[in-house]
Write a protein that binds this ligand. Sequence first.
Ligand SMILES: *[C@@H]1O[C@H](CO)[C@@H](O)[C@H](O)[C@H]1NC(C)=O
Length: 483
Amino acid sequence: MVLAAALFCVALAMLPSHTAVMSIDLGSEWMKMAIVKPGVPMEIVLNKESRRKTPTVVCLKENERLFGDSALGMSVKNPKTVFRHLQSILGKKYKNPQVALYQKQFPEHQLQEDPVRGTVYFKNSGELQFTPEELLGMMLNYSRGLAQDFAEQSIKDAVITVPAFFNQAERRAVLLAAQMAGLKVLQLINDNTAVALNYGVFRRKDIDNTAKNIMFYDMGSGSTTATIVTYQTVKTKESGIQPQLQIRGVGFDRGLGGFEMDLRLRDHLAKLFNEQKKSKKDVRENHRAMAKLLKEAQRLKTVLSANVDFMAQVEGLMDDIDFKAKVTRTEFEELCADLFKRVPGPVEDALSAAEMKLEEIEQVILVGGSTRVRKVQDVLLRAVGKEELGKNINADEAAAMGAVYQAAGLSKAFKVKPFLVRDAAVFPIQVEFNRETEEEGVKTVKYNKRILFQRMAPYPQRKVITFNRYNNDFEDPQNLPKI
Ligand SMILES: *[C@@H]1O[C@H](CO)[C@@H](O)[C@H](O)[C@H]1NC(C)=O
């Protein structure tokens, strides 16, 4: 990438050689890593199979751990040993509906309630138990290893992406996992902000003092987010005129994504197999067979983006019975009709959060693997009323590249051309505390609540509140380990 090379003025002198930094774009299905090291511009890390993305999967066998593609391969042989799609249960209490949904999607696993924290853990065979954070920690450690092999040096510093809608408990869960992997997290960056940064950095020359509004529509495996970003140059005290991006509005739909489509297709294939009556058993009760159908469903979804029909096939699906059935794109679209109806939702929410109208948005740009589904593009195009949808960024890698640019900027080892980022808090952030007061010798405890940041308030931003009559330290109310 010649363009990337020009962005960096790397200070080489007097620096130790272990200065590489990395980014991890942590998706619910895939993770992508990028590195930057002295003399080498931003680059996507190739994994052991020389692929640019790695399944976010870990397989725990008795004396062996497998990761990435090899772990995913085990999902059809021994689904009980394979853990994936952890994003939806990170930092969640046992009673959260997301936990019940996860349990339904992965019936081969047994989720239990942690008696102390109220969160969940996986109960494996015997005495083995793992929290989602531990499993994620193993994956992050693996991704760190891949990046180190690729960079040929040790790496500690990282910027990790999280969905913009992650709350504080979810963010802390990621930080905890990173700590287990020995990573020093320079920043957790919202993945939509990382995409916006990558877009801006490569279009620095086109940014001037006229504000331009761009919407990024990101449909991944587990969720969908629409983000409105304003690009403009601003005058700063320290370094004169600089380009800036500002997050103006965010809308999201948790659960709307490619994985739900895969599950619908899988269940459809299971129904077709049962109807063929080649076996007396219900295929839906066989975890291994269902894992095979899920794999085939994922292939089917991809093929149906280009073809109007396709013959799904699984050899030896169950009891050595082969399975074969034709599925058309129309059938697929009917199976997911309610999902496609939800496509415009995040756009409307982002507009209302930004208090903007569609006419003010110059371009709508597609991000995320699931925007390749044809129907998603059709519905979105109609909803935004533009002539076309922007496909001018690398939908898979933009977040990892934006995050590594941020990592280089935060590290002392690199000199990076400034690009100002004004993010926004998707949820209001409030503090709650009790205060003891004493009036005429009578002690009372008063419950207090203060909103520090309103919804869509810009950050980073420092807020100071003074506690005149408060002498004790605050306790962490969630009882989560301190980072
Ligand atoms: C982290 O990964 C390295 C290989 O890159 C491995 O040697 C080490 O044991 C792993 N650490 C943990 C805690 O799993």
